[in-house]
Design a protein around this ligand. Structure first.
Ligand SMILES: [Zn+2]
Length: 212
């Protein structure tokens, strides 16, 4: 389905192509890459957007208006699109077509980033799972929750690609549950067997997860 929409978009763009449209898309793609890199740098030094950044965002948005005015269709990044949900600047088209699944995933990822561990019930797996921000937080996962590291989730649900089938997810889950397997490639699992969660002491053992 997505492929046909993409083809339609391409055809429309080709039809409407005026010199400039492709060039604008390229400039927008380069601009978005620069802005995302700059945002990451600013975040690293715990700094908010500076004047140069704000100015660049304005320029980017003006350029995007130009793309639309010229009759550009679909993602304004053209062949470099669609704009990833995590991007600091996203074109009007991609903002409007953000699927609920993407939105949900984005919200979940943001929450995970904040709290470190999320305890969830999975309808597909009929089991309790824990989404874990990093290895350091694995010890906060209560017994009975199968941990999925953020890095594993990204491998399992690659952005912009179809999600794995429920059957595949169940297989991966079983492997994790029985052998402590880690997701290493796209859906592939490797039985590296990280230290199994040893049931030490009572419920007060270890640090309690602060996920609500
Ligand atoms: Zn876009």
């Amino acid at each position: 389905m997505g492929r046909y929409l993409d083809m339609a978009r391409k055809a429309l763009n080709e039809k409407k192509d005026r010199p400039g449209l492709a060039a604008i898309s390229q400039r927008l793609a380069r601009g978005a890459a620069w802005l995302n890199q700059r945002a990451a740098e600013l975040e690293r030094v715990k700094q908010g957007p500076d004047a140069r950044f704000t100015q660049a965002v304005k320029t980017w948005e003006r350029l995007e208006d130009e793309f639309i005015d010229l009759g550009g269709v679909g993602c304004s990044l053209g062949d470099n699109g669609p704009c990833p949900p995590s991007s600091d600047v996203r074109c009007a088209h991609c903002k409007a077509t953000l699927t609920t699944e993407d939105a949900y995933r984005e919200a979940l990822a943001a929450k995970l980033e904040r709290v470190g561990v999320l305890l969830l019930w999975s309808d597909t797996l009929q089991d309790t799972v824990a989404f874990v921000r990093s290895e350091a937080e694995l010890s906060c996962v209560p017994a009975g929750f199968v941990p999925y590291l953020d890095s594993e989730l990204r491998e399992l649900f690659p952005q912009g690609k179809p999600p794995p089938t429920p059957g595949h997810l169940r297989l991966v889950h079983e492997a994790k549950k029985l052998a402590g397997a880690r997701v290493t490639g796209q859906g592939a699992t490797e039985a590296t067997v990280p230290a199994p969660p040893d049931a030490e002491g009572g419920p007060e053992a270890g640090s309690a997860p602060n996920a609500s």
